[in-house]
Design a protein around this ligand. Structure first.
Ligand SMILES: Cc1ncc(COP(=O)(O)O)c(C=O)c1O
Length: 398
């Protein structure tokens, strides 16, 4: 049977990680894989996570199943963190939340829910978007379409073109929207743009599927969720995929959630029943360990304070490297072409160079980034920023 299957090429990000590991150069720089790194190049276990993990293990009396929806206390804390305490959809009891195996699990379950409800709709994703959005949403069988989002040569949003394209989407279509720290561009909507988008979604009866995987990486937990909250206030129905991989550093523990908003209480209950059936059919129950840690942190004021401090430190480290790299690029190129790096947000920006330049940076200078020139700013260090900037200046026009 399996003789039929030919070997596939590796996933672009995982393939790049393998190449980086195999490179013996001592000056190599990893701007590829999307994980936070501290000044030593480590992706640390947060101190609040260590403490919470010890408490969770000490208190644990069973490994018995929890539920297809995961932990109730986790789900309500996540809902409050993403939507805020006084959100109208929560007040009207139109929200339901289930724990999921990371943001990816939430995206996939959300895609299956859309497919169960309306198999013929298209899901519109930003051009560009995070590479994994395509298989996560597409493998449920949904048709994908793209809306213009970012001009990589001008380093700016294509907001008018985005609205113009979405205005032509079919009623009932789904629009995938990054909540903050857009991956891969680092370019987010401003408050007026969020407002215009929310109005268009409402007027054209489009369903937002909001993906928030970097809450706290731009400004703080509340401000980073402002766009998501605004959209969710105005539309009758929405899905929100949440991830704690980055902001709690719980990557491998697979901690996320899917928030669903129905047009009324009974619709929300019906949607939830489908979500639970879908989850049962894919992974049955989400892993518990990471969610137990997150729940413990959310419920314990001292640990939550500590988390917010650690989150702020991660954010500052990324912002510092944005500043440093932009300054170094000014020095090496003698111009302001890369100043946009300074004002974008989150871990990623597109350097805005061709695939050939990306290949030369890798093959000649051992600097690794994705082929679309997505760089992870957390891979920049005070000791390598100058080296990266020299290499970019040498190769970008050559
Ligand atoms: C835009 C976006 N959405 C969702 C995720 C989900 O990540 P995870 O499944 O690790 O929680 C990521 C992770 O890189 C992401 O960049």
């Amino acid at each position: 049977m399996f003789q039929q299957l030919s070997r596939l090429s590796p996933d672009a990000i995982l393939g790049l990680m393998a190449k980086y590991r195999a490179d013996p150069s001592t000056s190599k720089v990893d701007l590829g894989v999307g994980v936070f790194r501290d000044l030593s190049g480590n992706t640390p276990v947060l101190a609040c996570v260590r403490r919470a993990e010890q408490a969770v293990l000490a208190a644990q009396t069973t490994k018995s199943y929890v539920a297809a929806a995961g932990r109730e206390e986790f789900n309500s804390a996540v809902e409050e963190m993403v939507l805020g305490g006084a959100h109208v959809a929560r007040r009207d009891r139109r929200t339901r939340t289930v724990q999921a195996p990371g943001g990816c699990g939430a995206l996939r379950v959300g895609a299956e829910l859309i497919r169960a409800a309306a198999p013929a709709v298209s899901v519109h994703v930003s051009d560009p978007t995070w590479g994994n959005h395509i298989p996560l949403l597409g493998s449920s069988g949904l048709r994908l379409d793209r809306y213009p989002y970012y001009d990589a040569a001008k380093h700016e949003l294509r907001f008018d073109a985005m609205l113009e394209r979405l205005d032509r989407a079919a009623e009932g279509d789904v629009v995938l929207i990054h909540g903050c720290c857009h991956n891969p561009t680092g370019a987010d909507l401003d408050p007026a743009q969020w407002q215009a988008l929310a109005q268009l979604l409402t007027r054209r009866r489009l369903i937002p599927f909001l993906d928030i995987a970097y809450q706290g990486f731009a400004v703080d937990l509340d401000q980073d969720a402002a766009g998501v909250r605004l959209v969710a206030e105005q539309v009758p129905e929405a899905l929100i995929a949440v991830s704690f991989s980055k902001n709690l550093g719980l990557y491998r523990e697979r901690v996320g959630a899917l928030i669903i908003i129905g047009e009324n209480e009974s619709r929300a209950d019906a949607m939830l029943s489908h979500v639970l059936q879908i989850a049962r059919g894919i992974y049955s129950m989400p892993p518990d360990h990471g969610a137990a840690i997150a729940t413990h942190i959310f419920a314990n004021p001292a640990l939550k304070e500590e988390w917010l401090r650690e989150l702020a430190a991660m954010r500052t480290r990324i912002d510092d490297m944005r500043e440093l790299l932009a300054t170094e690029l000014r020095r090496t190129t003698g111009g302001a072409d890369f100043d946009f790096i300074r004002k974008q947000r989150g871990m990623f920006s597109l350097l805005g160079v061709s695939t050939q330049v990306v290949e030369r940076l890798r093959d000649k200078h051992h600097i690794y980034m994705l082929s679309d020139s997505r760089m992870n700013l957390a891979g920049v260090m005070p000791h390598n920023a100058g080296y990266v900037a020299e290499a970019v200046a040498a190769e970008r026009l050559a």
